[in-house]
Design a protein around this ligand. Structure first.
Ligand SMILES: Nc1nc2c(ncn2[C@@H]2O[C@H](COP(=O)(O)OP(=O)(O)OP(=O)(O)O)[C@@H](O)[C@H]2O)c(=O)[nH]1
Ligand SMILES: [Mg+2]
Length: 335
Protein backbone atom coordinates (compact mmCIF):
# COMPACT_ATOMS: atom_id res chain seq x y z
CA UNK A 1 0.00 0.00 0.00
CA UNK A 2 0.97 3.62 -0.25
CA UNK A 3 3.59 4.93 2.08
CA UNK A 4 1.37 6.65 4.56
CA UNK A 5 0.58 7.15 8.17
CA UNK A 6 -2.96 6.05 7.78
CA UNK A 7 -2.85 2.51 9.15
CA UNK A 8 -6.26 0.89 9.26
CA UNK A 9 -5.23 -2.77 9.60
CA UNK A 10 -2.87 -4.57 11.95
CA UNK A 11 -2.33 -8.22 12.77
CA UNK A 12 -0.99 -9.00 16.23
CA UNK A 13 -0.26 -12.15 18.21
CA UNK A 14 -1.85 -11.75 21.63
CA UNK A 15 -1.43 -13.87 24.71
CA UNK A 16 -3.25 -13.37 28.00
CA UNK A 17 -1.54 -14.05 31.32
CA UNK A 18 -1.55 -17.48 32.92
CA UNK A 19 -3.22 -17.86 36.30
CA UNK A 20 -0.79 -18.31 39.19
CA UNK A 21 -0.79 -21.74 40.81
CA UNK A 22 -2.35 -22.26 44.20
CA UNK A 23 -0.01 -22.93 47.11
CA UNK A 24 0.15 -26.25 48.96
CA UNK A 25 1.74 -24.76 52.06
CA UNK A 26 1.15 -25.83 55.67
CA UNK A 27 1.17 -23.54 58.63
CA UNK A 28 4.36 -23.82 60.63
CA UNK A 29 5.02 -22.18 63.95
CA UNK A 30 7.03 -22.75 67.07
CA UNK A 31 5.22 -25.29 69.20
CA UNK A 32 2.82 -26.10 66.40
CA UNK A 33 4.58 -28.67 64.25
CA UNK A 34 1.42 -29.90 62.59
CA UNK A 35 -0.37 -26.75 61.51
CA UNK A 36 -3.15 -26.97 58.98
CA UNK A 37 -2.99 -26.11 55.29
CA UNK A 38 -2.57 -22.37 54.66
CA UNK A 39 -1.69 -22.23 50.96
CA UNK A 40 -3.11 -19.11 49.27
CA UNK A 41 -4.73 -18.93 45.87
CA UNK A 42 -2.80 -18.04 42.77
CA UNK A 43 -3.35 -14.59 41.22
CA UNK A 44 -5.37 -14.10 38.06
CA UNK A 45 -3.48 -13.74 34.80
CA UNK A 46 -3.70 -10.38 33.03
CA UNK A 47 -6.35 -9.84 30.34
CA UNK A 48 -5.68 -8.46 26.91
CA UNK A 49 -8.12 -5.61 26.51
CA UNK A 50 -8.90 -2.94 23.95
CA UNK A 51 -9.91 0.52 25.04
CA UNK A 52 -11.44 3.25 22.86
CA UNK A 53 -9.53 6.51 22.70
CA UNK A 54 -11.17 9.41 20.87
CA UNK A 55 -7.77 11.11 20.44
CA UNK A 56 -6.51 8.36 18.16
CA UNK A 57 -7.33 8.37 14.47
CA UNK A 58 -5.34 5.43 13.15
CA UNK A 59 -3.73 2.16 14.20
CA UNK A 60 -0.28 3.52 13.37
CA UNK A 61 0.94 3.16 16.96
CA UNK A 62 0.40 -0.60 16.69
CA UNK A 63 2.10 -1.06 13.33
CA UNK A 64 5.29 -2.50 14.81
CA UNK A 65 3.75 -4.38 17.73
CA UNK A 66 3.64 -7.94 16.52
CA UNK A 67 3.38 -9.66 19.90
CA UNK A 68 1.53 -8.50 22.96
CA UNK A 69 1.60 -10.56 26.15
CA UNK A 70 -0.18 -9.84 29.38
CA UNK A 71 1.50 -10.66 32.69
CA UNK A 72 1.02 -14.01 34.43
CA UNK A 73 -0.55 -14.16 37.87
CA UNK A 74 1.78 -14.84 40.82
CA UNK A 75 1.52 -18.14 42.68
CA UNK A 76 -0.27 -18.19 46.00
CA UNK A 77 1.85 -17.92 49.15
CA UNK A 78 1.83 -19.21 52.66
CA UNK A 79 -0.42 -17.83 55.40
CA UNK A 80 -3.34 -17.69 52.93
CA UNK A 81 -1.66 -15.04 50.83
CA UNK A 82 -3.23 -14.72 47.42
CA UNK A 83 -0.73 -14.22 44.61
CA UNK A 84 -0.71 -10.86 42.86
CA UNK A 85 -2.81 -10.63 39.71
CA UNK A 86 -0.94 -10.22 36.46
CA UNK A 87 -1.22 -6.75 34.95
CA UNK A 88 -3.83 -6.37 32.21
CA UNK A 89 -2.45 -5.31 28.87
CA UNK A 90 -4.71 -2.52 27.65
CA UNK A 91 -4.33 -1.52 24.02
CA UNK A 92 -5.68 1.91 23.11
CA UNK A 93 -7.50 2.01 19.80
CA UNK A 94 -9.36 4.65 17.81
CA UNK A 95 -13.14 4.61 17.82
CA UNK A 96 -14.46 2.40 15.04
CA UNK A 97 -11.90 -0.37 15.62
CA UNK A 98 -13.13 -3.87 14.97
CA UNK A 99 -11.43 -6.92 16.48
CA UNK A 100 -11.47 -10.09 14.40
CA UNK A 101 -10.14 -13.57 14.82
CA UNK A 102 -7.45 -14.12 12.22
CA UNK A 103 -8.18 -17.79 11.66
CA UNK A 104 -11.96 -17.70 11.38
CA UNK A 105 -12.40 -14.10 10.22
CA UNK A 106 -15.15 -13.78 12.81
CA UNK A 107 -15.82 -10.30 14.15
CA UNK A 108 -15.39 -10.44 17.91
CA UNK A 109 -16.48 -6.94 18.84
CA UNK A 110 -16.21 -3.32 17.99
CA UNK A 111 -15.09 -0.30 19.97
CA UNK A 112 -17.20 2.78 19.31
CA UNK A 113 -17.00 4.92 22.44
CA UNK A 114 -14.27 6.83 24.21
CA UNK A 115 -13.13 4.88 27.26
CA UNK A 116 -15.05 1.75 26.26
CA UNK A 117 -13.06 -1.30 27.31
CA UNK A 118 -13.54 -4.84 26.06
CA UNK A 119 -11.71 -8.05 26.83
CA UNK A 120 -10.03 -9.59 23.81
CA UNK A 121 -8.41 -12.50 25.65
CA UNK A 122 -9.22 -13.30 29.24
CA UNK A 123 -6.39 -13.98 31.65
CA UNK A 124 -6.34 -17.42 33.32
CA UNK A 125 -7.96 -17.87 36.71
CA UNK A 126 -5.60 -18.35 39.63
CA UNK A 127 -5.45 -21.89 41.06
CA UNK A 128 -6.96 -22.55 44.47
CA UNK A 129 -4.63 -23.07 47.42
CA UNK A 130 -4.68 -26.29 49.43
CA UNK A 131 -6.95 -24.81 52.15
CA UNK A 132 -9.87 -25.24 49.76
CA UNK A 133 -9.31 -28.97 49.63
CA UNK A 134 -9.47 -29.61 53.33
CA UNK A 135 -12.29 -31.96 54.27
CA UNK A 136 -13.40 -33.74 57.43
CA UNK A 137 -11.53 -36.85 56.40
CA UNK A 138 -8.61 -35.13 54.74
CA UNK A 139 -7.15 -32.56 57.10
CA UNK A 140 -3.82 -32.15 55.36
CA UNK A 141 -4.33 -31.92 51.59
CA UNK A 142 -1.08 -31.65 49.69
CA UNK A 143 -2.95 -30.79 46.54
CA UNK A 144 -3.31 -27.24 45.26
CA UNK A 145 -4.87 -26.33 41.93
CA UNK A 146 -2.66 -25.19 39.07
CA UNK A 147 -3.49 -21.82 37.49
CA UNK A 148 -5.64 -21.73 34.38
CA UNK A 149 -3.66 -21.50 31.18
CA UNK A 150 -3.27 -18.39 29.08
CA UNK A 151 -5.11 -17.99 25.78
CA UNK A 152 -3.29 -16.92 22.67
CA UNK A 153 -3.86 -16.30 19.02
CA UNK A 154 -3.48 -13.98 16.05
CA UNK A 155 -6.08 -11.24 15.97
CA UNK A 156 -6.81 -8.56 13.42
CA UNK A 157 -7.65 -5.02 14.37
CA UNK A 158 -9.33 -3.08 11.64
CA UNK A 159 -10.43 0.49 11.62
CA UNK A 160 -13.47 1.87 9.93
CA UNK A 161 -13.50 5.61 10.14
CA UNK A 162 -16.34 6.87 12.26
CA UNK A 163 -17.37 10.25 10.98
CA UNK A 164 -20.67 12.03 10.85
CA UNK A 165 -20.24 13.30 7.33
CA UNK A 166 -18.39 11.57 4.51
CA UNK A 167 -17.34 13.61 1.48
CA UNK A 168 -18.04 11.95 -1.82
CA UNK A 169 -16.81 13.32 -5.12
CA UNK A 170 -14.61 12.91 -8.15
CA UNK A 171 -10.92 13.70 -7.80
CA UNK A 172 -10.38 17.48 -7.85
CA UNK A 173 -13.95 18.24 -6.76
CA UNK A 174 -12.68 20.33 -3.88
CA UNK A 175 -13.24 17.89 -1.02
CA UNK A 176 -9.99 18.56 0.79
CA UNK A 177 -10.34 22.30 0.31
CA UNK A 178 -13.77 22.21 1.91
CA UNK A 179 -12.47 20.18 4.85
CA UNK A 180 -9.60 22.63 5.30
CA UNK A 181 -11.88 25.67 5.53
CA UNK A 182 -14.52 24.01 7.68
CA UNK A 183 -12.16 22.40 10.18
CA UNK A 184 -8.66 22.73 11.57
CA UNK A 185 -7.48 19.81 9.42
CA UNK A 186 -4.79 20.67 6.92
CA UNK A 187 -5.06 18.16 4.12
CA UNK A 188 -2.94 18.46 1.02
CA UNK A 189 -4.68 20.40 -1.74
CA UNK A 190 -3.61 20.60 -5.36
CA UNK A 191 -4.94 21.00 -8.80
CA UNK A 192 -4.52 17.42 -9.89
CA UNK A 193 -6.54 14.27 -9.33
CA UNK A 194 -5.77 11.96 -6.42
CA UNK A 195 -4.07 14.53 -4.30
CA UNK A 196 -5.67 12.85 -1.34
CA UNK A 197 -4.38 9.32 -0.98
CA UNK A 198 -5.66 8.47 2.46
CA UNK A 199 -8.67 9.67 4.43
CA UNK A 200 -8.42 12.88 6.41
CA UNK A 201 -10.70 13.65 9.29
CA UNK A 202 -11.59 17.06 10.59
CA UNK A 203 -13.69 18.30 13.46
CA UNK A 204 -16.14 20.94 12.28
CA UNK A 205 -17.11 23.42 14.99
CA UNK A 206 -20.75 24.29 14.98
CA UNK A 207 -22.73 26.90 16.89
CA UNK A 208 -22.80 26.66 20.71
CA UNK A 209 -19.69 24.50 20.96
CA UNK A 210 -21.23 21.58 19.18
CA UNK A 211 -19.19 19.83 16.58
CA UNK A 212 -19.22 17.05 14.07
CA UNK A 213 -16.61 15.03 12.23
CA UNK A 214 -16.12 15.23 8.51
CA UNK A 215 -14.12 12.67 6.53
CA UNK A 216 -12.38 13.51 3.28
CA UNK A 217 -11.62 10.38 1.29
CA UNK A 218 -9.77 9.95 -2.01
CA UNK A 219 -11.77 10.82 -5.11
CA UNK A 220 -14.12 8.27 -6.63
CA UNK A 221 -14.06 7.60 -10.36
CA UNK A 222 -16.14 5.46 -12.65
CA UNK A 223 -15.15 1.85 -11.96
CA UNK A 224 -14.08 2.58 -8.38
CA UNK A 225 -16.09 -0.36 -7.10
CA UNK A 226 -14.02 -2.64 -9.34
CA UNK A 227 -10.88 -1.22 -7.86
CA UNK A 228 -10.18 1.63 -10.31
CA UNK A 229 -8.42 4.60 -8.82
CA UNK A 230 -8.14 4.60 -5.07
CA UNK A 231 -11.77 4.91 -4.15
CA UNK A 232 -12.35 1.21 -3.70
CA UNK A 233 -10.04 0.82 -0.76
CA UNK A 234 -11.67 3.72 0.98
CA UNK A 235 -15.30 3.30 0.09
CA UNK A 236 -15.61 1.10 3.14
CA UNK A 237 -14.89 4.12 5.28
CA UNK A 238 -18.02 5.91 4.18
CA UNK A 239 -20.10 2.87 5.10
CA UNK A 240 -19.90 4.21 8.61
CA UNK A 241 -20.70 7.85 7.99
CA UNK A 242 -24.14 8.93 9.06
CA UNK A 243 -24.49 11.32 6.17
CA UNK A 244 -22.90 11.68 2.76
CA UNK A 245 -22.06 15.05 1.31
CA UNK A 246 -21.70 14.87 -2.46
CA UNK A 247 -19.44 17.50 -3.97
CA UNK A 248 -19.60 18.31 -7.66
CA UNK A 249 -17.64 21.24 -9.07
CA UNK A 250 -19.50 24.01 -10.87
CA UNK A 251 -17.16 23.63 -13.84
CA UNK A 252 -18.01 19.95 -14.32
CA UNK A 253 -18.90 19.11 -17.94
CA UNK A 254 -22.13 17.51 -16.84
CA UNK A 255 -23.16 17.84 -13.22
CA UNK A 256 -26.13 15.49 -13.43
CA UNK A 257 -24.09 12.78 -15.15
CA UNK A 258 -21.33 13.13 -12.58
CA UNK A 259 -23.83 12.74 -9.76
CA UNK A 260 -25.23 9.63 -11.41
CA UNK A 261 -21.80 8.03 -11.75
CA UNK A 262 -21.09 8.67 -8.10
CA UNK A 263 -24.39 7.11 -7.09
CA UNK A 264 -23.74 4.10 -9.31
CA UNK A 265 -20.31 3.54 -7.86
CA UNK A 266 -21.63 3.63 -4.32
CA UNK A 267 -24.48 1.34 -5.19
CA UNK A 268 -22.19 -1.19 -6.88
CA UNK A 269 -19.94 -1.19 -3.85
CA UNK A 270 -22.72 -1.50 -1.30
CA UNK A 271 -26.38 -0.72 -2.07
CA UNK A 272 -26.96 0.28 1.54
CA UNK A 273 -24.87 3.37 0.93
CA UNK A 274 -27.80 4.78 -1.00
CA UNK A 275 -30.01 4.49 2.06
CA UNK A 276 -27.97 7.13 3.80
CA UNK A 277 -29.02 10.73 4.02
CA UNK A 278 -27.44 12.82 1.29
CA UNK A 279 -26.66 16.46 0.78
CA UNK A 280 -25.50 17.72 -2.59
CA UNK A 281 -23.27 20.75 -2.94
CA UNK A 282 -22.01 22.37 -6.10
CA UNK A 283 -18.46 23.55 -5.32
CA UNK A 284 -16.25 26.29 -6.74
CA UNK A 285 -19.23 28.57 -7.37
CA UNK A 286 -16.90 31.58 -7.16
CA UNK A 287 -15.95 30.67 -10.72
CA UNK A 288 -19.49 31.37 -11.96
CA UNK A 289 -20.94 34.75 -12.79
CA UNK A 290 -24.48 35.59 -11.76
CA UNK A 291 -25.93 34.71 -15.12
CA UNK A 292 -24.39 31.25 -15.20
CA UNK A 293 -25.42 30.64 -11.61
CA UNK A 294 -28.99 31.53 -12.46
CA UNK A 295 -29.07 29.08 -15.33
CA UNK A 296 -27.51 26.37 -13.26
CA UNK A 297 -29.93 26.81 -10.40
CA UNK A 298 -32.82 26.34 -12.77
CA UNK A 299 -31.29 23.34 -14.46
CA UNK A 300 -30.46 21.55 -11.20
CA UNK A 301 -33.64 22.36 -9.34
CA UNK A 302 -34.63 18.72 -8.98
CA UNK A 303 -31.34 17.87 -7.22
CA UNK A 304 -31.87 20.63 -4.62
CA UNK A 305 -28.16 21.36 -4.29
CA UNK A 306 -26.44 23.99 -2.19
CA UNK A 307 -24.18 26.31 -4.14
CA UNK A 308 -20.96 26.83 -2.26
CA UNK A 309 -17.42 28.05 -2.57
CA UNK A 310 -14.78 27.00 -0.11
CA UNK A 311 -12.39 29.60 -1.47
CA UNK A 312 -14.82 32.54 -1.32
CA UNK A 313 -16.64 31.30 1.78
CA UNK A 314 -19.95 31.24 -0.05
CA UNK A 315 -22.89 29.56 1.72
CA UNK A 316 -20.68 27.63 4.11
CA UNK A 317 -22.80 28.49 7.15
CA UNK A 318 -25.87 27.30 5.26
CA UNK A 319 -24.04 24.10 4.47
CA UNK A 320 -23.18 23.59 8.15
CA UNK A 321 -26.78 24.27 9.13
CA UNK A 322 -28.08 21.74 6.62
CA UNK A 323 -25.57 19.10 7.69
CA UNK A 324 -26.22 19.70 11.37
CA UNK A 325 -29.96 19.51 10.91
CA UNK A 326 -29.57 16.03 9.45
CA UNK A 327 -26.84 14.80 11.80
CA UNK A 328 -28.42 15.89 15.03
CA UNK A 329 -31.19 13.31 14.88
CA UNK A 330 -28.57 10.59 14.70
CA UNK A 331 -26.61 12.15 17.56
CA UNK A 332 -29.69 12.31 19.74
CA UNK A 333 -30.28 8.62 19.15
CA UNK A 334 -26.74 7.74 20.26
CA UNK A 335 -26.63 9.80 23.40
N1 LIG B 1 -12.03 28.43 -7.57
C1 LIG B 1 -12.09 27.48 -6.65
N2 LIG B 1 -11.21 26.46 -6.66
C2 LIG B 1 -11.30 25.52 -5.72
C3 LIG B 1 -12.31 25.57 -4.72
N3 LIG B 1 -12.16 24.47 -3.94
C4 LIG B 1 -11.12 23.78 -4.44
N4 LIG B 1 -10.58 24.41 -5.51
C5 LIG B 1 -9.41 23.97 -6.28
O1 LIG B 1 -9.65 22.71 -6.86
C6 LIG B 1 -8.45 21.94 -6.89
C7 LIG B 1 -8.71 20.58 -6.23
O2 LIG B 1 -9.00 20.79 -4.86
P1 LIG B 1 -8.87 19.64 -3.77
O3 LIG B 1 -9.48 20.19 -2.54
O4 LIG B 1 -7.46 19.15 -3.71
O5 LIG B 1 -9.79 18.55 -4.43
P2 LIG B 1 -10.10 17.05 -3.93
O6 LIG B 1 -11.52 16.80 -4.21
O7 LIG B 1 -9.65 16.91 -2.52
O8 LIG B 1 -9.21 16.21 -4.90
P3 LIG B 1 -8.58 14.74 -4.70
O9 LIG B 1 -7.91 14.72 -3.38
O10 LIG B 1 -7.62 14.62 -5.82
O11 LIG B 1 -9.71 13.78 -4.81
C8 LIG B 1 -7.40 22.76 -6.17
O12 LIG B 1 -6.60 23.41 -7.15
C9 LIG B 1 -8.21 23.76 -5.39
O13 LIG B 1 -7.50 24.95 -5.17
C10 LIG B 1 -13.24 26.66 -4.73
O14 LIG B 1 -14.14 26.82 -3.92
N5 LIG B 1 -13.08 27.59 -5.72
MG1 LIG C 1 -8.33 15.72 -1.76
Amino acid sequence: MLDSNFIDYVKIFFRSGKGGKGSAHFHRAKGLPQGGPDGGDGGKGGDIRLRGNAQLWTLLHLKYRKHVHAQDGDPGGSALCTGASGKNEVIEVPLGTIAKDEETGKVLFEITKDGEEKVLLKGGRGGLGNTHFKTATKQAPTYAQPGEDSIEGWKILELKVLADVGLVGFPNAGKSTLLSVMSAAKPKIANYPFTTLVPNLGMVEYRDYRSFVMADIPGIIEGAHEGKGLGHRFLKHIERNALLLFLIPADSKDIKAEYKILLNELKAFNPELLQKERVIAITKCDMMDDELMGLMKKDLKSMKPLFISAVAGLNLQELKDTLWEKIKHGKEEWS
